[in-house]
Ligand binder design. Structure first.
Ligand code: FMN
Length: 188
């Protein structure tokens, strides 16, 4: 069984819906299919989406990578697909292969800044920049890597400061204060 790796860049054909948090809906649907198929085909990959452009990296059994890429090439949700890397590898460089959303936005932006790039335009990445993007995917602590670097931008690049538990605590505290005020009012 021979292994290969493949990376490409493409442009989304859909009009991205504004998302305050989470994944753009078209991308979320692509992710759902990819997660199912790539797990079945033992492929690992990362899908970056930003500025209406995609960068995807796939690694696995050659026939599985080629079959998947064949389907991807025909997909009308993107166009101008440009193959950036297509070559054999001797061993897998990822340890697992399911598809998960990972908000690596900050890392991607840092990478663009470091490279002096103003926007995410993977079709014009150099070979070295491609390797750096793949490295970002590989270094993610999560199982699988779909990156939407617009996410943080949409929220002003602020980290999430309120956890669900904190929000619930604030609501409960608010209810208690209102209750106390009502009780105090009824005593007057
Ligand atoms: C940017 C982009 C990335 C995609 N990545 C994958 C992928 O990694 N794996 C996959 O199976 N399909 C991927 N797809 C979806 C395929 O084009 C195709 O719709 C899908 O494989 C069909 O699967 P199905 O026959 O199970 O419905 C991608 C599509 C786009 C537009």
């Amino acid at each position: 069984m021979s292994l290969m790796r493949l990376a490409y860049a493409s442009e989304a054909t859909f009009q991205a819906k504004p998302v305050e948090k989470g994944v753009e809906p078209h991308v979320a649907r692509i992710l759902m299919t990819s997660r199912k198929n790539n797990a079945r085909d033992q492929l690992v990959g990362g899908l970056y989406y930003g500025d209406n452009r995609f960068f995807q990296y796939l690694e696995g059994d050659e026939s599985a990578v080629r079959e998947t890429y064949g389907r991807i090439l025909k997909d009308e949700r993107h166009r101008n697909v440009k193959t950036l890397i297509e070559e054999p590898i001797t061993e897998r460089t990822f340890s697992n292969w399911s598809m998960k959303y990972v908000p690596l936005s900050k890392d991607v932006r840092q990478f663009l800044d470091a490279e002096g790039l103003e926007s995410f335009d993977p079709a014009n990445f150099t070979a070295d920049q491609c390797e750096k993007m793949i490295e970002l995917i590989r270094n993610s602590s999560q199982d699988q890597k779909l990156v939407n670097y617009d996410d943080d931008r949409a929220t002003g690049n602020q980290p999430q400061v309120m956890s669900g538990g904190l929000k619930a605590g604030i609501i409960v505290a608010g209810i208690c204060i209102v209750g106390a005020l009502l009780f105090a009012g009824s005593m007057l």
